[in-house]
Design a protein around this ligand. Structure first.
Ligand code: AMP
Ligand code: FES
Ligand code: ZN
Ligand code: ZN
Length: 306
């Protein structure tokens, strides 16, 4: 039987990459301290800053909201209802339930009211994976909403598995622009609200364990459209390497941030307000407005009432 290295009680977890065994109480304590130290290390935000946590109802983002709440940060939730049938209904309920139990405020944006649901967009944009329009829309509405309501920072639940898989994919294609922007903090400016990822040092498993030990009821289902995403393959490869040599993922990602990122000069990107909606873009009309122009007429012409 392993014993907690802090108190000697029975351990509930062994973290091979940290060579650490911990009991329930000390695991929660370790997790919260690591969230706090990540926020400080990357100067993400302070307790006085109004933060918006983007929540999907999954283990990562609800653990993040919970940790920020326990650490005394001023964080409201933001959920985008993508209208993906049962998956979206369940994830919305998980977010609402969490907010209600803790007495926190949750904002909900209905994508269908803004443009159309993801399944509808998928139906008319057949040559594009649903995930790419979805990612674009999530980023756009998170930023727009936060800006309109005066939030200083947007926090997302991206974890070490997400970030190291993205890093591997960007390295394999030597995507220098993306590598230069891959950082746990993106500063505000040019119409963008500051964006932060306080869970970049935690694996999916560590977030799931925190959620479980804290009694958070998250949804386990993955989005039905994520099947076959290339990031899943990169995650598998990294998991194999991690198994053989614990700590590989953390080292790969943190060494990139420390060693390579500082010398990557991001190419000057000229941004201007979109002619239609005013949000920042590199083109005359932003990608969301272009998506709307393609999708809405097709949906109107195919609806039975027209
Ligand atoms: P994903 O792109 O699904 O891996 O999610 C990455 C992060 O984006 C999550 O940890 C959340 O912070 C945020 N997020 C994902 N889906 C939603 C959603 N429907 N509404 C609000 N935030 C979301
Ligand atoms: Fe956006 Fe799956 S969550 S397509
Ligand atoms: Zn202990
Ligand atoms: Zn626009």
């Amino acid at each position: 039987m392993r014993r907690c290295q802090r108190c000697g009680q029975r351990a509930v977890v062994y973290l091979p990459q940290h060579r650490l065994s911990l009991c329930k109480e000390h695991y929660i304590d370790w997790y919260l301290k690591r969230v706090e130290s990540t926020i400080r290390e990357f100067r993400m935000f302070d307790r006085g800053d109004k933060a918006l946590v983007a929540v999907s109802g999954g283990k990562d983002s609800l653990s993040l909201w919970d940790a920020l709440y326990r650490l005394g940060y001023n964080a409201d939730g933001f959920y985008i209802n993508l209208g993906i049938d049962e998956y979206s209904q369940k994830s919305k309920i998980a977010c609402e339930k969490f907010a209600q139990e803790k007495g926190l405020s949750l904002h909900i944006l209905e994508l269908k009211k803004e443009i159309a649901s993801i399944p509808e967009i998928r139906e008319v944009e057949r040559n594009r994976p649903a995930c790419s329009s979805c990612g674009l829309l999530k980023r756009y509405y998170m930023n727009k909403f936060a800006k309109e309501r005066g939030y200083k920072v947007i926090a997302t639940g991206h974890n070490l598995d997400d970030e190291s898989a993205t890093l591997l994919s960007n390295v394999l294609s030597w995507n220098i622009d993306y590598l230069a922007r891959q950082f746990p903090v993106l500063s505000e400016g040019d119409g963008f609200v500051k964006k932060v990822k306080p869970l970049v040092k935690f694996t999916e498993k560590e977030n799931a364990l925190y959620a479980f030990l804290s009694g958070i009821e998250y949804i386990e289902e993955e989005c039905p459209f994520s099947e076959g995403a290339s990031s899943i393959e990169y995650k598998k490869i990294l998991a194999q390497m991690e198994e053989r040599s614990p700590g590989t993922k953390l080292r790969f990602y943190m060494d990139f941030l420390r060693r390579l990122h500082p010398i990557l000069q991001s190419q000057e990107v000229k941004l201007r307000p979109c002619r239609i909606c005013g949000e920042p873009t590199t083109a005359e009309v932003c990608s969301v407005c272009r998506l709307k122009e393609r999708v809405i007429p097709k949906l109107l012409s195919s609806s039975p009432s027209s």
